[in-house]
Design a protein around this ligand. Sequence first.
Ligand code: SF4
Ligand code: SF4
Length: 305
Amino acid sequence: MLTESQLKQLQKANYRMFGKNMHSAVKLCHWCKESIKTGEKRVCYKQKFYGIKSHRCLQMTPCLPICNLGCKYCWRDQSYFTRKWEGDIDKAEEIIEGSIEAQRALLTGLGGVEHDKRCLEEAKDPNQVAISLDGEPTMYPYISDLVNGYNKRGFTTFLVTNGNFPEVLTRFETLPTNLYLSLSSTSEKMFNQLQNLVSMGSWNNVQKTLELFNELKTTRVIRLTLIKGINMIEPEKYAELIKIANPDYIEAKAYMHIGASINRLEFEHMPTHDEVKEFAQKVADYSGYTISNEQKESRVVLLKK
Ligand code: SF4
Ligand code: SF4
């Protein structure tokens, strides 16, 4: 699916592609590295909010080049995205083994910089997976096996979906520990202008996922990616959608002007932490949630029921 030159480009961007069919990848998250370098003095907000260990987190995707949307705020290089699978597909078990091996190979690079020995040793035995590196993971046909396989190995599993494949969420053998729904639009018009730029997505399916969310027996999180001047409007509409889904948590997070998104949005679209917090408070007031945590550095605020 990916050409030689695309693979080279991704390697340059520190992705480690693996598997027979090369559609899966691991990349050391900035916070995983920070935690290893500082001995857990600097960790990601998910460690603070949910208690996972950043240095033991494996950030991966089983479907790097596959996504049906084209969100303006996406930091990924969408030039290599395809909208459907072509060719053979690796099975979940191969991907799990390959991801752990790839993570260990990437970690060897940290041995040469100042680091905390305990954290680096522990990192070689990851126990948390973030299935969110690239692409839309629910488009991977064996996603249930993948999550189940990591769960069986004792991992905590965080999966982020764009909500366009609600039927997939009904077929998980075991659900991810934290299931994230990315919600960045409050209407079909906004969805089409901000996320559905390639017209392969469906606002109707996002609605279906919101309805289904309430019934899923796991920790359910709605992620709002807030873009100043674009979707930081009408907090009451977010609240209406949130009430349908009834999530355990809401993460209100600033759009970050990084990666390929700088070609689609301006620096001014990135709200400050205070602006995120102010908007999150309005959403909380309308939806009956309360602000329970925050991390200024990542410009993120956690709302809890
Ligand atoms: S949970 Fe997310 S932010 Fe935290 S270390 Fe893993 S990939 Fe990075
Ligand atoms: S759904 Fe995710 S991967 Fe796909 S374009 Fe949007 S932000 Fe990027």
